[in-house]
Every structure is written in structure tokens, then in C-alpha cells.
Design a protein around this ligand. Structure first.
Ligand SMILES: [Fe+2]
Length: 184
């Protein structure tokens, strides 16, 4: 029986709580897993007796994925999430959400596109690992193939929470308490 893990949507009554959960669970998990997987790939490349198109493809897609996710975490924790938390505080304290409104809308849109690309890369890596030729990559290859599906599952939950719960909630706050609402 296939068990689908769904985000516990009803737990998130406040966007600020969801932001804290994403940082503590999903961003922390990426910080731990990505360097580990990168080291495994280095080991696989070192152990390879001859060049392999499959290994080169996995290395290339994983490097792109890791770069995308590193940028994702840096941008969210360095700029986007602090402003979302400030926005929530502002709405709560004054019923006003005007600050950074246009920048926030643009940032939410661009994050969605980057998330879709990251998911596509992660799926591509997982698909490549099903190639029978991957079994020739030895113990490090087996460890990598065992760890990637967990990274993909965590990433799906992480990006679902952001794209389908957090960001729509923030767009609603901007619509209800931003400049457009103030001009009505
Ligand atoms: Fe995130």
C-alpha cells in the first residue's frame, strides 16, 4: 500500500508559525543532506574506473539542484522570510501591510518558478538512478541512490507548504491589508 505524506495543513493557523517550521525542519534538512550527497558523488567519481555518461548526467543535475536549493535557502532566510514575519507583525499591530508590497509579490512569483525547476531536477536525478548501470557505482552509489528519494519527498512537502499554503496566505494578506485595500 502506498502511503502519501501530506503536509499537516490545519496546524498552520499563522504564516509566521509556518515560516518557523519550514526553516527549522526543511531548510535545516537541506543543509544536512546536500553536503552529504555531494560528498558521496565525489566518492563515486573518484572510485569510477572509467568515465560514464550516466554519472556525468547525475553529477550535472545534482550540482544544478544543489545550487538552486542553496540560493533558495539563502534568499528566503536572508530576505523573504524576515519581511514576511515583519508583514505579519505589521498587520497584527496596525492592520496595515503596505511596506515592501511590490517587492514581496515579485519575490513570491519568482520563488514559485525556482521551486518548480528544483523539483524537476530532483525528479530527474532520482529517475536516472533507476538505470541498471548505476548499480556499477559501488557502495557510495548505493548510499546515494538510497538517500535521494528521501530528499525528493522532503522537497515535495517543503515546496508544497510554501507554494500552496504560505505564499497564497501572504498574497491574501497583501490583498486585504495592502495599498489596494487602503485605497478602497
Ligand atoms: Fe524554503
Amino acid at each position: 500500500m502506498t502511503v502519501l505524506t501530506q503536509p499537516a495543513r490545519k496546524l498552520w493557523t499563522e504564516p509566521s508559525e509556518l515560516v518557523k517550521h519550514i526553516v527549522a525542519r526543511h531548510h535545516a534538512s537541506l543543509r544536512q543532506k546536500l553536503p552529504h550527497l555531494d560528498r558521496l558523488l565525489d566518492r563515486i567519481v573518484l572510485d569510477a574506473t572509467k568515465p560514464s555518461a550516466l554519472l556525468e548526467q547525475v553529477r550535472r543535475d545534482f550540482t544544478t539542484l544543489a545550487d538552486l536549493l542553496d540560493t533558495h535557502v539563502t534568499q528566503q532566510e536572508g530576505w523573504l522570510f524576515p519581511r514576511i514575519l515583519h508583514l505579519c507583525d505589521s498587520v497584527s499591530a496596525s492592520g496595515w501591510a503596505c511596506e515592501w508590497e511590490d517587492h514581496l509579490k515579485e519575490a513570491l512569483d519568482s520563488q514559485g518558478a525556482d521551486s518548480r525547476e528544483a523539483l524537476e531536477r530532483a525528479r530527474k536525478v532520482c529517475q536516472a538512478l533507476k538505470d541498471p548501470a548505476w548499480s556499477l557505482t559501488g557502495p557510495a552509489g548505493r548510499d546515494f541512490a538510497a538517500a535521494m528519494p528521501a530528499l525528493l519527498a522532503d522537497l515535495q512537502e517543503h515546496l508544497d507548504l510554501e507554494s500552496n499554503i504560505l505564499f497564497p496566505d501572504i498574497r491574501d494578506l497583501l490583498r486585504l491589508y495592502g495599498k489596494a485595500a487602503a485605497n478602497v
